[in-house]
Design a protein around this ligand. Structure first.
Ligand code: ATR
Length: 289
């Protein structure tokens, strides 16, 4: 990899989290800066829970232009910011901070990254029947955005009351009728019969449980698009089964790339070199194993 020159004028971005060693974001963003000939650099910062506030004060003090925020700080940073964009406020989670001359604004590009990845695959939520598995934090951002963009939404969750809660909140906020069901085989087969898109936001299938899947293979078919936001492994059992059934498949890795691309644009005001970011992140993931 080519070296990067840090100058007196280099603008700094970075990521805070704990642990942080496995993040793909530095390679993605630094490759993008180099490609565009920008005098910018992106650094990883391991920040423990007890020092989040001081780290954010440091962003102002050191005039760092932007930060990504990852586990476990996505909610903890909020009290230290000067403002939130509506998506971050609704999700109660921030993954991107922009520093405008000492004024820090929190954004969340995770759900927007999901939508971008969906549209890149020529899937438009408006009028589509979409089944979302899971009702946790990841589902919340994605489900709100899908409903706002005109999807006909059904949320299935292991604990029904969480699905009902989320569906109720979205229905009230957007005026759309979001359905909630318990995540079991009968409801799955019912919901998937007429579905155009299936989205898995649960952790089922994530390393180390790579043999597990939230949906029996027999429920998958061509004509269905399957988006699994799990990116570790890159090809989950759900995606493998969906591919074998002739369904269109989209992996969580695409969401990862697009959340980064959207953050890049928030900091720099420039379109991100997405293909390059995808390629470098892919290589970094490959090198880990
Ligand atoms: P995140 O912010 O990543 O969404 P979360 O808020 O902990 O994390 O939500 C995890 C989601 O995965 C939830 O929908 C959870 O279902 P419950 O609300 O019933 O707990 C779902 N999930 C986790 N493990 C699961 C499993 N073994 N089977 C089905 N759903 C599971």
């Amino acid at each position: 990899m080519e070296g990067q020159t840090i100058t007196g004028a280099t603008q700094i971005c970075g990521i805070i989290g704990d642990p942080i060693e496995h993040t793909m974001s530095p390679v993605m963003h630094n490759a993008a800066f180099r490609q565009l000939g920008m005098d910018w650099a992106y650094l990883p910062f391991r920040v423990g829970q007890e020092t989040v506030g001081r780290a954010i004060e440091g962003v102002k003090a050191l005039n760092i232009r932007g930060l990504n925020v990852t586990i476990p700080h996505k909610t903890a940073v909020i009290p230290y910011l000067d403002g939130l964009d509506p998506a971050a406020e609704r999700m109660g989670a921030v993954n991107t901070i922009v520093n405008d001359n000492g004024k820090l604004t929190g954004y969340n590009t995770d759900a927007a990254g999901f939508l971008k990845a969906l549209r890149e695959n020529n899937i438009e939520p408006r009028g589509a029947s979409i089944v979302v598995l899971g009702a946790g934090g990841a589902s919340r951002g994605i489900s709100f955005l899908l409903a706002e963009n005109g999807a006909d939404l059904t949320i299935l969750n292991r604990r029904l009351e969480r699905a009902e809660d989320l569906a109720g909140q979205i229905s009230t906020a957007t005026g759309t009728g979001v359905k909630a069901l318990a995540l079991d085989e009968v409801n799955l087969s019912l919901a998937l019969e007429k579905a155009d898109v299936l989205v898995n936001t649960t952790k089922v299938g994530m390393i180390p449980d790579v043999d597990r899947t939230p949906v029996p293979a027999g429920r998958l078919r061509s004509g269905l698009a399957v988006f699994d936001i799990v990116y570790n492994p890159l090809k989950t059992r759900l995606l493998a089964d969906a591919g074998a059934a002739g369904a269109l498949t989209i992996g969580g890795f695409e969401m990862l790339v697009w959340q980064g691309a959207l953050a890049f644009t928030l900091w720099t005001g420039q379109a991100a070199p997405v293909d390059l970011m995808r390629k470098t992140a892919r290589e970094a993931l490959g090198n880990e194993d």
